[in-house]
Design a protein around this ligand. Structure first.
Ligand code: URA
Length: 435
């Protein structure tokens, strides 16, 4: 295959054949096709798009570039979820034990945070001792024994996506629907679950800034996953403000624990209930989402969700005292600075992306892979969009071990809040369910 001919074909907006796509992916993974040719392809695909058949073949070739996890030794229905990335998004920490508590099996591979969005592995690693590097045998055994395990994605899973994503990040080709959908679905298919819920974010903190764009992505994710024989559904949710009250690793674990105890923020719980109910219906363990919600509040209020989370923490070597006493045991920053409200009014919006970037400056995130994270760093926002605030109220609390960064970041945090004299209608958290 002449790679430049394939590039010209995509540049001119023509669809590629199965052979051409498969050769492109296998050649890139083996090193026969250099970065500059793949970068040219990605830009052409970004501009000209890929049709449904091309996207399917592209995704399949990515799945086949590595190992597909065989979850068949685990009895029961295996469920998975994927978020397109948000700020303050600690959903997995609550949703995964919720699903295990209702009897579904959660064999979940998660990622690390990059850019302004956080990652589940970093949050879990803020619990002293928590091990995300399980062997395949440990992973399967733990899910069989207690119904839940969360580990890091291994090098063997979807190596094509790792290499391609690294290039997309550097070539301004991330926000393309077929490229995002193939990247996400290839990892989920390789992860082996039967039922998948996609948590597609729309708004200032998300890849998809508008609801229309998010809908297109959600439809593509669901139909692509179904083409691989998966049960799939997407929930489109509002990422025009951070989810919950905290951004940053141990701060988010603390909030997740509070939520599992019944004291969490309404938005986090609402999203977990919606995602969980969709999974339960698609898995066929309840007939309606209403019934699913009833079951979910039963397990949450009965303490079974927190008990599952604790079982997982113990099984993966984490210190369970972090759950009993998160403020005492989880890492915390030495310096805390408050930003106060200057003028009374209603919070109209809280720019999630700006707060995500600010939390990264404070130490909570990475600029590039391999950067050290400060687990205690982050931001707490006690007030949310729609709330009325008075001068002197705390708008945000910044946590960091770097006093210079606190001073340098406070303007950015302050500017993330838009406060107006008159109240505004606040958009709903859940926009739409795409089946
Ligand atoms: N998340 C992914 O896993 N891949 C993308 O391309 C975008 C978000």
């Amino acid at each position: 295959m002449r790679v430049e001919k394939v590039l010209a074909k995509k540049r001119d907006g023509r669809a590629l054949s199965r052979d051409e796509i498969e050769s492109l992916i296998s050649g890139f993974v083996s090193g026969a096709i250099p970065d500059y040719q793949m970068a040219a392809f990605l830009m052409a695909a970004y501009i000209k798009g890929m049709d449904a058949q091309e996207t399917y073949v592209f995704t399949k070739a990515m799945v086949e570039s590595g190992e597909v996890v065989d979850l068949s030794p685990i009895e029961g229905i295996k469920v998975d979820k994927h978020s397109t990335g948000g700020v303050g998004d600690k959903v997995t920490l609550v949703l995964a034990p919720m699903m295990a508590a209702v009897g579904l099996k959660v064999a979940k591979m998660s990622g690390r945070g990059l850019g302004h969005t956080g990652g589940t592995l970093d949050k879990l690693e803020s619990i002293p001792g928590f091990n995300v590097n399980l062997t395949r045998e440990q992973f399967i055994k733990q899910v069989s024994d207690i119904g839940i395990a969360i580990m890091g994605q291994t090098e063997e899973i979807d190596p094509a996506d790792k290499k391609i994503y690294a290039l997309r990040d550097l070539t301004a080709t991330v926000s393309s629907v077929p490229l995002i959908a193939s990247s996400i679905v290839s990892k989920k298919v390789a992860g082996g679950a039967d039922v998948i819920v996609f948590d597609v974010k729309a708004g200032s903190g998300a890849f998809m800034k508008s609801l229309d764009e998010a809908k297109v992505l959600a439809q593509e994710l669901v139909s692509l996953a179904k083409n691989f024989g998966k049960q799939a559904v997407a929930v489109i949710s509002n990422m025009n403000q951070p989810l919950g009250f905290s951004i940053g690793n141990s701060l988010e674990v603390e909030e997740a624990i509070d939520t599992m105890r019944g004291f969490g923020g309404a938005d986090l719980l609402e999203l977990c209930y919606n995602l969980g109910a969709q999974l339960m219906v698609k898995a066929g363990i309840v007939p309606t989402t209403q019934e699913a919600m009833g079951k979910l509040s039963e397990v949450l209020e009965g303490g079974r969700v927190l008990a599952k989370f604790t079982e997982m923490v113990v099984a993966q070597g984490g210190n369970p005292e972090a759950i009993e006493d998160p403020r005492g045991v989880l890492p915390h920053a030495r310096f805390i600075e408050e930003i106060e409200v200057a003028t009374a009014g209603y919070i109209r919006s809280i720019n999630a992306e700006e707060l995500g970037v600010a939390a990264r400056y404070l130490g909570a995130g990475r600029t590039k892979l391999g950067d050290q994270i400060d687990y205690g760093a982050g931001i707490i926002i006690p007030k949310k969009a729609g709330d009325y605030v008075r001068p002197g109220d705390t708008l945000a609390q910044m946590h960091s071990n770097d006093p210079h960064m606190l001073a340098a970041t406070s303007g950015l945090v302050n500017d993330a809040f838009e406060i107006t004299a008159a109240p505004h209608e606040i958009p709903p958290l859940i926009y739409e369910i795409i089946e």
